[in-house]
Design a protein around this ligand. Sequence first.
Ligand SMILES: [Zn+2]
Ligand SMILES: [Zn+2]
Length: 322
Amino acid sequence: MSSLSNRHHTLIQALLSRGPLKEQEFYSIFSGVTGKTPTGTHRQLFNEFLLKINKELSFVQFELRACRNQYDGNIYYGVVNNVADEQSKLGTKYTIPQIAYYKAIIEAITQDATAKGSISNIDALNIRLENQVPIGAGSQSQDAPAQLPPAFKNFSMSQKEKTLEELVQDRWLCSTSDGNIGLGLRSFLDLRGWFQNNDIPACEVCNEAGIKAELCENEGCTVRMHGYCVKRKFSRVKAERVCPVCGTPWVHSVSKVEALDEDDEPNGSSQDQLPPGPATRKRVRTCRNIDSSALGSSSSQAPDPAPAPDTRRMTRSSARLR
Ligand SMILES: [Zn+2]
Ligand SMILES: [Zn+2]
């Protein structure tokens, strides 16, 4: 870390100790330590700062990243652990059944074909850990009970409630404005590679995973876009409100599905300015079972050669861990 100055240290320490920080908050810390605002003419200085920090952090497998909170479109900065398995990511405070429970919730939310980005509390509590035990390739879930560890079998309703509460508090999950369970900021930051490797369908505009997104009205079309991306796209001069691929009129579906947060206008000054993350690729609207090791990003970097079926209107029940 010798090439980093105290100013770099201050930024890293703020992110590590206070968790993901809202863009403006991170900007003011940056301004505080450098005397420069990170927008406009000093944008390059800001980017150089981040690059330098990431160069050093990479030696210890950490990375400073930005992500959007898909429920309100705001940008957050945080440091993620790039190599550890999910157990280290979630820290030592969570038990193995709790981590399995977290993964099951993430799967249920990300693989929901309606892209509403959340599940109800009841659905979350009804998730059964039986389906989360690795039972070998090709096995069906009914084979699972024989190998079920007692800690999974005995994972009670109150343990689930407590785990949900803790995951929300630690920002791995969030409580959405309509009282459902959604992805927390740490998950948005941390699971980017996992979203890509598991073919979570991407937003047509920004190419990030469309967890909470609007779908094209045309059943045969796979286009989805984040609410804030739709607003930005259609607010441009005389933009036609149609699907960019099939031309079907684009109906603002947020209010129709579940109005999580109407005020989802992203910060205008920062749009398109996320620091470059790992290369993104165009993804198709497919889902596949999540390998139980996939939350560990080292394994999630490996390409998954398995062909995925077209599951545009797939139901949640068909998406479960092996
Ligand atoms: Zn988008
Ligand atoms: Zn379309």
